[in-house]
Write a protein that binds this ligand. Sequence first.
Ligand code: 3PG
Length: 306
Amino acid sequence: MKKVLVATVKPFHPLAVKGIKEICEKSNLKFSLLEKYGDKSELLNAVTDADALIIRSDKITEEVLDAAKNLKIVVRAGAGYDNVNCAKAAENDVVVMNTPGQNSNAVAELAFGMMLYLARGKFNGKAGIELKDKKIGIHAYGNVGKNVARIAKGLGMKVYAFDPFVSKENIEADGVKVMDKVEDLYSQCDYISLHIPLLDATRNFVNEKYFSMMKEGACLVNTARKEVVDEEALVKIFAERKDLRYISDIAPDCRKELEEKYPERTLFTPKKMGAQTMEANVNAGLAAINQIVKYFENGDVTFKVN
Ligand code: 3PG
């Protein structure tokens, strides 16, 4: 019997775990659960006899892959798979998949929750600002970006997007205006919502150049990855400009400094919360186990990323 290990430092909602377990039982797979593990050694022990692995932001390093002697497939229940050493997985004949789109509404909703909270002065009782009629620039128009556009339109925002990998027609079909240059997004929008994946090409992407061209009072909203924002440039621009705001679901290393110096201009979640809803956990968790079942039953590699 093949073993499926669900290894999540940040646990899924219990309904997602229950659903994964039921599908395993129906499909003659052995279900195993490792949640909230504190130490890497717990993961290294648990993976030794796993044939399939379901993870979230858990780091699947060379060491983990080498310890997992029976491993055939890793499914990242979520979108970004920068936490998996995909090249090493390929070398070990391990298929890596993600579950695109399954948690994207949750991430988009959190972005607006954070935008509203900061716009209303963290509910300090003083007059805040509204989102209606403000320009929002969506940097990368994937599944989360599309949901951000839908919600932004409902709030009466003016919605723009930049994404060289999505056709103009597809973006415009959603009633979103396309920016031909990423610079225009940064220089013209009141809110810039980041949805770029973490790649070598996007590491520290939002640097001094882009910060310095931001509009007066503009707000950068990061529900993507900490590493796509250049923190040195962030600290520098916050000291120079008293108007810029930064919201992030993945707190920067300079979090303490920014929060202490600029509490009214910054907002960070205590822990990455974007995908942390019952619905997103169930959607992504069940998609992950269903992809594993299909892979074992007929070699389906639809969502393979390596
Ligand atoms: C993703 O890439 O899907 C999101 O960043 C969610 O990550 P999480 O599963 O660790 O919350």
